[in-house]
Design a protein around this ligand. Sequence first.
Ligand SMILES: [Zn+2]
Length: 96
Amino acid sequence: MPIYEYSCPGCDVYEVIRGMGAAPAEDACPTCGQPARRRISAPHLARTGTAAFQLIDSTERSASEPRVVSGGLPSPGRGATPTYTTNPLHQKLPRP
Ligand SMILES: [Zn+2]
């Protein structure tokens, strides 16, 4: 989804992710509520391929198009899940 920039006269520039063509010319500022005008800016094409942008896009898409999970639930009572890595940072990675 494209990122639109709005300029609030009382605050600053903020970004909103909306559907293509779904951004109005004026929007209420999320901070102060004043009408903010949409800015014309260069597209951020370099951001579309990044992992962060793909995560944001898939998260927003899952709100309206959830992925269907196939297969059964994991069987309880089989003990702890096997450990594939010892790096504690891997525990923070998103699960499928
Ligand atoms: Zn504002």
